[in-house]
Ligand binder design. Structure first.
Ligand code: MRU
Length: 325
């Protein structure tokens, strides 16, 4: 099984190199981050994004903090405040907290392990998930859940990659993913690099494709999955799940177990990030809305578990009713 060569993060010479996803695909620029504050800002501003990649970045942020002798709790709190919804961020920080040896070498080794393990989990998710993909399938996906959003291969996009390598994928439709266009900019970039046949669509075109019988399988990633299978993911995911239910199309979620949050019984308790109005009112820095236009801009929505045909993790395929522990 080949994996995509694109990676979002690299540790080199005591610094964290972060591929600046805000300006992809036009420009491939690597930011050199030497402090936890820079890492926190990289996460907040979405130079790195995607739940697993955020967790890996935060872990390296703690490695930078430790290497420069900074206060553990201050760095941890600063990194934890960078984005609220993806539980992988807190999962990684909690894993760091459990280290009995907080020497720079030990903290860096733990961050490296988190990264390495994430890639291994994604490859397993790809195998399990591909078994659900029908032959000659046309697949719909949203946002970017690929190598850029993880330590490599991806979750939902990892399933597409594995299924494509198995010869099962006829075509992919990739939702643009307004307002930040992770689908149009990043998923398209990865699909083109891997030569997987696809078309980008406006988010609002998904219903027409399903009505026309052109979608066999819908797969999305996750930022947090509660005990009952309710799943927070990129805004617009719920819309796809409702549509898929209406048209009788399997709707599948893919995520590593680091995205599970069994401490929350239902998705109503998931903190949903709301981002700045400019993400919506401006395109590439040019205002398209009237000055002062009021905006509601949630970054995620919650899909109820009963709309999800299967949740694929590295441990296997779970089906409703979900009861994660
Ligand atoms: O706001 P983003 O780009 O960080 O949102 C990303 C998503 O919603 C992804 O679907 C999710 O994090 C899973 S990435 C494997």
């Amino acid at each position: 099984m080949t994996t995509s060569v694109v990676v979002p993060l690299r540790w080199e010479n005591g610094a964290l190199l972060m591929l600046d996803q805000r300006i992809l695909p036009g420009t491939e620029t690597w930011l050199t981050l030497r402090t936890w504050q820079e890492v926190a800002e990289g996460i907040r501003s979405m130079a790195v994004r995607g739940a697993p990649a955020i967790g890996v970045a935060a872990a390296y942020g703690m490695a930078l903090a430790t290497a420069s002798g900074e206060d553990w709790d201050t760095a941890r709190a600063g990194l934890a405040a960078s984005r609220p919804t993806a539980v992988n961020l807190f999962w990684a920080l909690e894993r760091m907290d459990r280290l009995t040896d907080r020497s720079p070498a030990s903290v860096l080794a733990e961050a490296t392990d988190i990264e390495t393990e994430d890639l291994a989990m994604n490859l397993k998710i790809g195998e399990f998930g591909a078994s659900l993909v029908p032959e000659n399938a046309t697949i719909l996906t949203i946002c970017n859940t690929g190598s850029l959003a993880t330590a490599g291969h991806g979750t939902a996009l990892g399933i597409i990659r594995t299924a494509h390598a198995q010869g099962k994928v006829k075509h992919v439709f990739s939702c643009e993913t307004r307002p930040r266009q992770q689908g149009l900019r990043l998923t398209a970039y990865e699909l083109m690099k891997d030569q997987i046949p696809f078309q980008s669509i406006a988010d609002s075109a998904a219903a027409s494709l399903m009505r026309a019988g052109k979608i066999d399988f819908v797969v999305a990633g996750a930022d947090r999955i509660t005990a009952n299978g309710d799943t927070a993911n990129k805004i617009g995911t719920l819309m796809l799940a409702v549509l898929a239910h209406h048209y009788g199309i399997p709707f599948v979620i893919a995520a590593p177990s680091s995205t599970l949050d069994p401490t929350l019984p239902t998705g109503d308790l998931i903190p949903i990030e709301e981002r700045e109005a400019e993400e919506l009112t401006e395109i590439e820095g040019v205002r398209v809305a009237p000055a002062g236009c009021p905006v509601w801009n949630p970054a995620f929505d919650v899909t109820p578990g009963d709309l999800i045909a299967a949740i694929v993790t590295e441990k296997g395929i779970a089906r409703a009713p979900y009861a994660f522990e």
